[in-house]
Design a protein around this ligand. Structure first.
Ligand code: GAL
Length: 683
């Protein structure tokens, strides 16, 4: 197995945009257009004095940048950039395409996004333009080109963020429909019979005679062809990706030394994240506290889900090896169900959580609390008077001080302990599997992301570094590879898995994997048999149980409950059975098997346990067998390493004692870590 390889497949040429010695840069969003110009300097000065190193301008400012069609005004932005530079703040610029000005929507209403129910979105909010509209793109690109021409060579500007939280649009604009037909013509090489075969249109008289007859699938219509919906997902994700990539290339015509990224929402299943190859790296936005109680204990809703940031780090980092966080809340938000105050310490805990995963920058949303508009009640680093620092603002200040104290005193980012690296694992992920499964869940209690988390959670409690990877990556970089519910597959992928195992990898495949081809069709062969040569199992059948009357699987004398999905396996020679079903007419039959193959092993987990405890024990057994030592951290405590530092994060509702490894010294915090506390140590 070779060392951890994190090169970006197909992405913009790898460059190091950030200096290892900085550890992380910290910045804050500022909207000059929201404030009287006489206050800009005061604000930027205070931003700098608090410790921030960059700011972020022009995100929703298209109306200020181009007040009339073809008339641009950069004077205000020039003055804001100059003031930022005066106060030692670098600038991230945004392309502002999330908010077209009113002249645009009124003159060209065809650019507005059309919902499936026929509602046309309107001016007065944001994100109402259709990415599939060629006219919209043309007008956006004109404005972006002017912006890039002016600032692309400006040393005060470090980088660009495209649009805002660009999502996959399910847009029923006629232009989207035309583009969908084009997409299909290309995909099926103009052969309507190929499309009919892929979509299985002999079923229910769905056959098409020509591409012109095809419409966007009505997703709310009962029983709509799900092969068609699968292709629509691919198309829609592609539209967003193409729009972003075009913006990026346009900026790069002028920007030779600035990076380009965008601020994705970690909507893992939406399928566009990482799909614009010319972006230099990815960044994400993360909100931790907004009301739903995802944290631990009674006050967990003030601290947030312990793995929410870790999951995003592990999802975004592997794409190019570099990532940052573009938005992190400094306090209360205004759009959640409850919008509570974060627990004192929580904001700093999140900052350290972002850092722990290997990030290069973090930016807070936002510097000032707005006085008007949709985001009133949204906290900033300073409050409504524009000067009083909020509690979260103080926590930012503390974090930035701590980072500065470490600068120059720690080794390179990749310096991590050998036992930590030995535990590294990859989770193979493709959103198409979720799209496909979610169309045919078969059991209302099935939850694709929840299933994946049943493997991710224990890995983190074992103290393992985890990468979510796509099929473009080298599997051999990881001693352990898990493909959870990887439903859509083909022979090529199964061959790659087989090679990986033969060369010494430990592969875990879980229920529902490789049951369909890439069009979402069942192969004309015994059910589940794409994997038979690899796992050594045939599948007798699968069963789904009532949630109130779950079944039991037994492994090493312990019982585990399940109901969502259970495959009854028929193992061949040389296959070892790890767990068996205890009930029904298949009591005693295998649910989990393992087998050595070449220098490695393949473990098949045919059942989805209710609470993830079976999955945890399977992974533990596998690590034990492979002779890789693991840790035992409770859910709520995470340990990561970077720059020769160990970072322990406590999301528990009680203090946690972390015994420092021999020879390690604490540099921030102590072994007794309070709730929302952090311990940073040198090893
Ligand atoms: C984000 C969005 C920002 C801002 C923020 C408020 O989702 O990207 O523009 O609206 O929410 O919390």
């Amino acid at each position: 197995m070779c060392a951890l390889a994190l090169s970006g497949g197909g992405f913009a040429q790898q460059r190091s945009w950030f200096s290892d010695q900085d550890l992380t840069l910290t910045g804050a969003y500022y909207y000059p257009e929201h404030w009287d110009e006489s206050q800009w300097e005061r604000d930027l000065k205070q931003m700098h004095e608090l410790g921030f190193e960059f700011t972020h301008f022009a995100e929703f400012a298209w109306a200020q940048l181009e007040p009339e069609e073809g008339h641009y005004d950069f004077g205000w932005l020039d003055r804001a950039v100059a003031l930022a530079a005066k106060h030692d703040l670098k600038v991230i610029l945004c392309t502002s395409t999330a908010t077209p000005p009113v002249w645009l929507s009124r003159k060209y209403p065809e650019i507005l996004l059309l919902k499936e129910d026929g509602t046309r979105l309107d001016h007065g909010a944001r994100q109402h333009a259709s990415f599939a509209s060629p006219l919209y793109r043309e007008l956006a690109f004109k404005m972006i080109e002017k912006l890039a021409e002016r600032y692309g060579n400006d040393a005060r500007v470090i980088g660009w963020q495209l649009d805002n939280e660009p999502a996959v649009q399910f847009d029923y604009n006629p232009k989207a429909e035309e583009a969908f037909r084009e997409f299909l013509r290309k995909k099926y090489a103009g052969d309507i019979r190929a499309l009919n075969a892929a979509w299985g249109t002999s079923f229910w008289s769905e056959t098409y005679a020509s591409f012109d007859q095809i419409t966007l699938p009505k997703r709310s219509q009962l029983f709509m062809n799900h092969h068609q919906i699968l292709d629509y997902h691919r198309f829609a994700a592609g539209q967003t990706n193409e729009f972003l990539n075009q913006q990026c290339l346009l900026i790069k015509k002028y920007a030779r030394h600035q990076w380009v990224t965008t601020n994705y929402i970690p909507a893992y299943e939406s399928g566009h994240i990482g799909g614009s190859p010319d972006l230099d790296f990815l960044s994400y936005t993360r909100y931790m506290v907004y009301g739903d109680n995802e944290g631990i204990g009674r006050r967990g809703y003030r601290v947030g889900n312990p793995l929410r940031i870790a999951f995003a780090n592990d999802f975004f980092r592997p794409v190019t090896g570099t990532y940052g966080v573009m938005e992190l809340q400094p306090g209360q938000v205004n759009w959640g169900s409850i919008n509570p105050q974060p627990l004192p310490g929580a904001v700093r805990l999140w900052l350290w959580s972002v850092f722990a995963g290997g990030s290069d920058f973090v930016c807070t949303y936002r510097y000032r609390q707005p006085l008007y508009g949709t985001e009133q009640y949204h906290y900033g680093i300073v409050g409504t008077d524009g000067v009083t620092v909020t509690p979260g603002g103080r926590e930012y200040e503390q974090f930035m001080k701590e980072i500065r104290q470490l600068r120059g005193k720690v080794p390179a980012k990749e310096v991590k302990p050998a036992d930590y690296l030995a535990r590294r694992a990859a989770i193979l992920y493709h959103p198409e599997n979720s799209w496909s499964i979610e169309q045919q869940k078969q059991n209302a209690t099935w939850n694709t992301m929840g299933h994946i988390e049943k493997y991710y959670r224990p890995l983190k409690s074992f103290g393992a570094p985890v990468d979510f990877i796509g099929e473009d990556k080298d599997f051999n970089a990881y001693p352990l590879l898990i493909a959870p519910a990887y439903q859509l597959a083909d022979k090529e992928l199964v061959d790659r898995w087989t090679d990986y195992v033969k060369q010494g990898g430990h592969l875990v495949l879980t229920c529902r994997t490789a049951q369909k081809d890439r069009f979402g069709r069942l192969p004309e062969a015994p059910f589940g048999s794409m994997l038979t040569d690899l796992t050594g199992n045939e599948m007798e059948f699968y069963d789904l149980l009532l949630p109130d009357e779950p079944g039991t699987v037994e492994m090493e004398g312990n019982a585990y409950s399940w109901n969502t999905w259970g495959e009854i396996l028929r193992p061949g020679d040389g296959v070892e059975v790890w767990a068996t079903y205890q009930d029904e007419f298949y009591a005693g039959k295998p649910a989990v098997t393992t087998r050595r193959l070449g220098k490695g092993s393949v473990t098949y987990v045919g059942v989805d346990s209710t609470d993830g405890t079976l999955e945890r024990e399977v992974l533990r057994k596998l690590y034990d067998r492979s002779g890789i030592g693991i840790m035992e951290l409770p859910y709520g405590v995470t340990l990561e390493f970077r720059n020769g530092l160990g970072i322990v994060l406590n999301y528990l509702d009680r203090p946690y004692h972390f015994a420092l490894p021999k020879g390690a010294t604490a540099v921030i915090g102590e072994e007794d870590i309070p709730t929302a506390g952090v311990l940073v140590f040198r090893f």
